[in-house]
Design a protein around this ligand. Structure first.
Ligand SMILES: C[S@@+](CC[C@H](N)C(=O)[O-])C[C@H]1O[C@@H](n2cnc3c(N)ncnc32)[C@H](O)[C@@H]1O
Length: 333
């Protein structure tokens, strides 16, 4: 037991209590499109409020909170984006990720149920992709789009995805990864495999991208059977972490069954070191997962390696990314 110290202060506790607000201020800024309204300009609270059609008295505290959160700067009463906000939170910029607010608002409100999920043993904000309404699915899946685009750029940078002819984005959600890869690799064809009700949203997103000639959507339940088609690369992003270990092993085996010999498999997701104490973002996100998935979580590197070997993949390597994500890469023998 920790020794009782005289004069001990609740510093760690207070830090956690107060750290919630900068994240929520950022979320509100993304939802209101504050960063897009500022663009490259420096505006007063009244000018920004007029652009956003909101009351200046309500907006002003948020603007100052965003300054202390490191996303805005203020000088002479005028607010401007920091370099980071200008790069990632202004709509229309190539690396825009502000649209992810619908996923964050869903996942963070889900995490408010953690104690009850543990008490009852039942995820209190369960995301069952085969049962969710089209509106819920659309908001959630489209919110993952920006992250999927960032993963596509990283995959191409590290593994040169232009080598492939036909890639499967298995459990691809909005198809954001397949669409971004098709943009980066002009000769690549991509298919997105999804559960039938999610595939409806995927088809809308592919149509909106204007890349329908090179990106198609196939309906598949990866846990039940291999998806149709034959591919030289398969990517599963944030898929195995929504499944139980037995389902994850089956989904990977089925995805790999659709690979030609010598084909390459990329699994991207929140992955823990075997210590279960790092990376910190993956440890933290498991608290959210227990509210939304029946048995899904950030699995350990050894668990991933076991599934890769069972699926007949070899030369398996892990590349850690930011945010608690890793890429596991293997080749079909
Ligand atoms: C967290 S989302 C990730 C979506 C996308 N890969 C991304 O990174 O944006 C998990 C996805 O896995 C899909 N999925 C879950 N179980 C599946 C199954 N049995 N067969 C096919 N897809 C499945 C869901 O429909 C959902 O789109």
């Amino acid at each position: 037991m920790a020794e009782r110290e005289q004069g001990l202060k609740p510093d760690t506790i207070n830090t956690h209590i107060n750290n919630v607000y900068p994240a929520l201020a950022m979320l509100a800024g993304m939802q209101l499109e504050v960063f897009s309204a500022l663009g490259d300009e420096a505006l007063t609270a009244a000018e920004a409020a007029a652009r956003l059609d909101v009351q200046p008295a309500k907006l002003q505290p948020l603007l100052y909170a965003l300054v202390t959160a490191g996303l805005l700067a203020v000088a002479d009463g005028r607010f401007a984006n920091t370099a980071e906000a200008a790069e990632f939170l202004v709509k229309g910029r190539p690396r825009y990720i502000g649209g992810a607010h619908s996923a964050y608002s869903d996942l963070w409100s889900s995490t408010m149920h953690t104690a009850q999920s543990i008490r009852t043993g039942v995820p209190q904000a369960r995301h069952d992709f085969s049962q969710m309404s089209q509106a819920e699915l659309s908001a959630f899946i489209r919110g993952l789009d920006a992250g999927a685009g960032a993963t596509a750029r990283r995959l191409d940078k590290t593994f040169d995805m232009k080598r492939f002819r036909h890639l499967l984005d298995a459990g691809g959600g909005s198809g954001g990864l397949a669409i971004a890869l098709a943009k980066l690799c002009p000769d690549l064809r991509a298919s997105v495999a999804e559960l039938p009700n999610v595939a409806t949203v995927t088809r809308e997103c592919v149509a909106e991208s204007g890349l329908g000639e090179r990106v198609d959507v196939v309906e598949a339940d990866l846990v039940a059977a291999p998806p149709p088609g034959a591919y030289d690369a398969v990517v599963l992003r944030s898929v195995l972490q929504v499944l139980s270990p037995a389902q994850a092993a089956a989904a990977l085996r089925h995805a790999v069954a659709a690979l030609a010999p010598g084909g390459e498999c990329f699994v991207v997701g929140r992955m823990l070191d075997d210590s279960r104490l790092a990376p910190l973002d993956a440890v933290a996100v498991n608290v959210m997962f227990l509210n939304v998935y029946e048995a899904g979580q950030a699995w350990t590197e050894s668990e991933y390696r076991g599934w890769f070997e069972q699926a007949g993949l070899s030369g398996n390597t892990r590349t850690p990314l930011a945010g608690g994500y890793s890429i596991m890469h293997g080749v079909k023998g």
